[in-house]
Design a binder for this molecule. Structure first.
Ligand code: ADP
Ligand code: MG
Length: 687
């Protein structure tokens, strides 16, 4: 049970003054559901404004506070199309436009009456020969409100929220936050001169306070390390079954290729673990195309040889189906019964699979999380393989292993080429096998960086490519934090490409129904459709060897690891493959370097390490790792710098007080609940 002291922080956002259902929605889009999330919604940056007497005194691009009097409202000629402008003049009669796009114009009508002086805060820019402030941050009737707060946090927002609104809600959440007992080792706290938890939180919203930010990041790293170590500790105490296959099924396999050394070594490590009574917790880390599927198959056959069943869990239906087909064809000579079970199977078909799992006639099952629903029972589940690990949180991983009397062995597989420091942070409870060798004969993928201005050339290139009978992927831009915009962009691109190429084009994105998605994928996989337009949903797993060209729009917006995974979709057949990275017109120095790296290397681990160096340092507030939810507070730079310390601290605490019973142990429990790593605490009760 969550400690009572945390209750105020877990109150819903609509318990705040002025927050109703209308604000709750945009907050939820930012993953803000509780007051805790508001308190931890740290500013992206801070602006420092200057109060100016008139526009002559202000520079373009400068953040200012100024008194202006509206003279005229100008709606767009075609409503909904152009911006809404309010013309306003300063004390000297200089004119400046206050410009609003979209729905924001409704507020302008009310807050900027013609002829009444207002204090306006925002960034002064030039548009043609006119000065303008786009979406002023604040508008107030008297100056005191604005001039008191010249340093101001800038928060990430969603549509329907404004900076002042957000600041107000954050302030309320901070007021509600209690003081919490200290969980950090006193020695560490002293040496780092970090503030206490509540002070750190308040300070982090007030200005660029590095110590406060570090403390909060450290809390997260420490909580994570501690929870993972608790899981590991409890796993050692669990009872599983020793599975020692005699090889009679594996010997029947007729693989069309010899296994690589790395594959052999991994299989050896895995079957070694499975022979032990304590349940295996192992991560198989291998770059895209390294050949993880065969390793999984060997492990599953070993389990079946020993009289147990094996289950393979995939993150999506598409992937589950693909794995099913691959495994079934590879395992054909063994005569092992393999079934596919997804959430879409209903009625008789589903019943018959459930029966087969209970009576043991189905030896291997492949599916989505449907294979672990309560209604699904196994005769003797001995091994669980989880593909693309990063899509599942640790708590889900734990749930899966609660099927059956004895804890099954778990093999997790990931293609995310994360740097070594992060492996420990994200998978610290597991042992690791690495496929650090690609099967021989792979052709390098010809990677080129092209300016988005040459889109027409690129489309012509795609056309030439398709006429050779080969297929292609087109990955649409990623508009961070807003899936809706991603989909809009993908649909627009799809329409344009369809106009050009006709019915040979299919579209796949995250909000299509599974049926439509499967149908599109099926058409592409069978070669009926030639061009697959997609958002990043094709990132994991999809395997169509005849697709040898990939176009990625706005490549600079993706993380290197993600680009690498996307690119791994091509280069799977014998034909030479090409990857075109389209970049925007304005590219930062770092952005340029990152894309150049993509051109130069195909080593996923190297890319991951370099990404870390390129992103680390420099930026004070830093960028959170995109796409990966292991950490919400700590930035990459902070992870690299603080993680070793957090790991040591967590280890020390577990050694001294493995049950978290001491005063500090109790405080650490509070931290685990606060940062939702309470799955770590759960292991204490069951263990
Ligand atoms: P991933 O690690 O990305 O899951 P896969 O298991 O899908 O990789 O394997 C990628 C491709 O490489 C498949 O077509 C597979 O048949 C092939 N492959 C796997 N192991 C070898 C090997 N030792 N030699 C040659 N090809 C292999
Ligand atoms: Mg795979």
């Amino acid at each position: 049970m969550r400690p009572d002291i945390l209750n105020p922080l877990f109150a819903e956002t609509d318990s705040l003054d002025g927050v109703g259902p209308k604000l709750k929605k945009p907050l939820a889009r930012l993953h803000i559901d509780h007051l805790r999330d508001l308190a931890y919604h740290l500013p992206d940056r801070f602006v420092t404004r200057r109060a100016v007497a008139d526009l002559d005194d202000a520079g373009e691009g400068e953040q200012i506070v100024i008194a202006l009097t509206p003279t005229e409202h100008r709606a767009a000629r075609n409503p909904g199309r152009g911006p809404y402008r309010v013309l306003a003049q300063d004390a000297k009669g200089n004119i400046c436009a206050l410009t609003y796009f979209g729905r924001a114009s409704y507020t302008a009508k009310k807050t900027l009456p013609v002829g009444e002086k207002r204090w306006v805060a925002g960034r002064l820019d030039r548009f043609g020969d006119m000065l303008q402030i786009v979406h002023p941050d604040h508008i107030a009737k008297d100056s005191s409100e604005l001039s008191a707060n010249l340093v101001e946090p800038v928060y990430r927002l969603a549509e329907g929220l404004t900076q002042p609104r957000m600041a107000g809600m954050v302030a309320q959440a901070l007021d509600a936050a209690p003081e919490l007992p200290e969980w950090i080792e006193p020695g560490v706290l002293d040496k780092q001169q970090w503030p206490a938890w509540r002070d750190a939180l308040v300070l982090a919203h007030k200005g660029e306070n590095a110590k406060a930010r570090d403390r909060l990041a450290y809390d997260e790293l420490f909580a994570n390390a501690l929870a993972l170590m608790l899981v590991r500790q409890s796993n050692r105490r669990r009872r599983g079954q020793s599975l020692q296959g005699d090889g009679h099924l594996r010997n029947k396999l007729q693989l069309p290729f010899p296994l690589t050394g790395a594959q052999q070594r991994s299989i050896h490590e895995i079957t070694g673990d499975m022979a032990q009574e304590s349940p295996m917790l192992r991560l198989l880390q291998g770059d895209v195309g390294a050949g993880k599927t065969v390793v999984a198959l060997e492990a599953m056959l070993a389990a079946v040889e020993a009289g147990a069943q094996a289950a393979l869990l995939a993150p999506t239906e598409i992937l589950a189906r693909q794995h099913f087909e691959t495994l079934r064809s590879l395992a054909k000579p063994t005569g092992v019964e393999i079934a596919l079970l997804t959430g879409r199977d209903k009625g008789r078909a589903r019943e018959s699979i459930l029966m087969g799992l209970v009576d043991g006639s189905i030896q291997i099952v492949v599916g989505t999380h449907a294979i672990f629903q309560d209604a699904v029972n196994y005769r003797n589940l001995g091994l669980v393989v989880i593909d693309e690990q990063h899509r599942f949180g640790v708590s889900q991983r734990l749930m899966l292993t609660n099927k059956g009397k004895l804890t099954p062995h778990t093999l997790s597989m990931t293609a995310t080429p994360i740097p070594r420091t992060l492996v420990l942070a994200q998978y610290g409870e597991m042992d690791v096998s690495r496929l650090d060798e690609l099967p021989p004969g792979r052709q390098p993928i010809d990677t080129r960086v092209i300016s988005a201005g040459r889109l027409e050339d690129v489309v012509a290139g795609v056309e030439r490519h398709l006429t050779t009978g080969q297929q292609a992927y087109w990955v649409c831009p990623m508009v961070r934090d807003n899936e809706q915009d991603d989909i809009a962009a993908a649909e627009a691109r799809y329409a344009a490409l369809k106009h050009r190429f006709g019915d040979d084009v299919v579209l796949v994105h995250g909000q299509l129904s599974p049926e439509l998605k499967d149908a599109a994928m099926q058409r592409f996989a069978s070669g009926d459709a030639k061009l697959l337009v997609a958002t990043t949903v094709i990132e994991v797993g999809v395997d169509v060897p005849n697709s040898t060209l990939m176009v990625i729009e706005q490549a600079e917006r993706f993380g290197l690891a993600q680009l690498h995974q996307l690119r791994g979709r091509v280069g799977r057949g014998s034909e030479k493959s090409t990857c075109l990275l389209l970049r925007g017109e304005e590219l930062s120095e770092t952005g340029r370097k990152r894309l150049a790296l993509m051109r130069e290397t195909q080593d996923g681990f190297l890319l991951a390490e370099e990404d870390l160096t390129l992103r680390g340092g420099g930026e004070l507030l830093g960028t959170r790792q995109s796409g990966d939810e292991a950490f919400n507070i700590a930035t990459m730079e902070q992870i690299t710098r603080l993680l070793p310390m957090a790991n040591d601290d967590a280890k020390l605490l577990i050694e001294r007080d493995g049950g978290l019973d001491s005063e500090r142990g109790q405080a650490a429990r509070i931290l685990l609940y606060l940062l939702e790593r309470d799955w770590g605490v759960q292991t204490l009760r069951s263990g």
